[in-house]
Design a protein around this ligand. Sequence first.
Ligand code: FAD
Length: 465
Amino acid sequence: GDFANEVDTLVIGSGPGGYVAAIRAAQLGQKVTIVEKGEMGGVCLNVGCIPSKALIAAGHRFHNAKHSEDMGIIAEKVSINFEKVQEWKGSVVKKLTGGVEGLLKGNKVEIVRGEAYFASENSVRIMDEKSAQTYNFKNCIIATGSRPIEIPGFKYTNRVINSTGALALKEVPKKLVVIGGGYIGIELAGAYANMGAEVVVLEGSKQILGGFEKQMAKVVERRLKKNGVEFKMEALAKGVEESETGVKVTAEVKGKEEVFEADYCLVTVGRKPNTDELGLEQIGVELTERGVVKIDKQCRTNISNIYAIGDVVEGPPLAHKASYEGKIAAEAIAGEKSEVDYLAIPAVVFSDPELASVGYTEAEAKEAGFDVIASKFPFAANGRALSLNETDGFMKLVTRKDDGLVVGAQIAGPNASDMIAELGLAIETGMTAEDIALTIHAHPSLGEITMEAAEVALGTPIHIV
Ligand code: FAD
């Protein structure tokens, strides 16, 4: 029937932004409906963070099984049943997406399947194949996420694939060309190289992983090269020719044309916000110059009862940023004074080895007018790293010269994704290098690297001179 449903808060999109916002809004006493046109859990759970980390883990297992001779482990006839890898990956995704649905229901959030389109500042039409319904809301949170960009000359097919296609392959490619050395390209390049693919990465600039310091990117580049990945920097992909069995990618590398043959061509050159097909222009929701939804510190758009979070707004397209903003928006709707503060937001690459950064880099801190010291400690000087046979990389701690305040940290090394949490907490709570140095860290652990980097800042390291 075409009567209108009435809700307090309507959330569009069930990714890590939307589902977290819905749960928090329900916890704060709102009657909440969440709309999803695709799979529960959005990009992150279905075709992003989770399945990519599963493939990366499988790649590590395989690679380590084959290459642990240093430790005296000789594994003969190690092989991959990729169909089984994909099946396992799918089971991980299913557990989590089912979990999200359970959490939403447990919090009494109504789940509606369909595509939402704004009809007014207080209502959406939700359409599925069969019907359309109207939902009137007091407040709405747009969490529609983003999708891969397509570049001219590289229309997505069975062989010219984006990250979604790369996660769903039925076989490990013998040869893979990756266009774009950003974090998604590098993670997938590493995973497939570890599973035996010959990989070439074409990067337009002079450095892969452009968002990170050169020294850090170099650690990854060196390791990937060791694992057989080839890099072509300053390479502009021009076009692709496709046959039934493969692709021929033409690129201009430092001004000279080169051709790369492979089974697949993976294009990972960025993502664009899902702001179209939502009716935003119809109700006058403002976008920024970059085409993302414009919001204030409470994630409110120019229309006071409509909020936006996650990949559809400014900032790094990361799941934890989307979730963080989701909580802020829900709290703002409930009348709380919550505001976003991105000071301690971590950025992580699940490369080989991992990269992680939080707060300022040394250069950024200087630019912001801080007088800082950057203190470094290598993984190679840590007992745990040595006993894991994982000694590539370093930690860099950025502290203020006058009072030792921790303003940033960068890690290139194994488990950087977990280690960065302590530094985020340090920044969030206003800790100094001395606070960290005085904290007893278990031995032997990678955490001792953090303690030692703080000691370096104080001029009193024990394990390096
Ligand atoms: P999304 O997760 O994109 O969810 C949006 C949802 O909205 C979708 O389910 C979509 O179907 C739905 N939707 C859109 N329009 C409508 C509509 N009109 N009506 C109803 N529903 C609609 N981030 C990390 O932090 N760590 C990682 O390790 C990481 N790895 C990644 C690996 C890959 C390969 C990719 C592609 C991304 C990765 N990301 C990672 C990024 C992360 O996935 C995104 O930042 C995150 O999913 C954004 O969350 P979101 O809630 O804003 O939107």
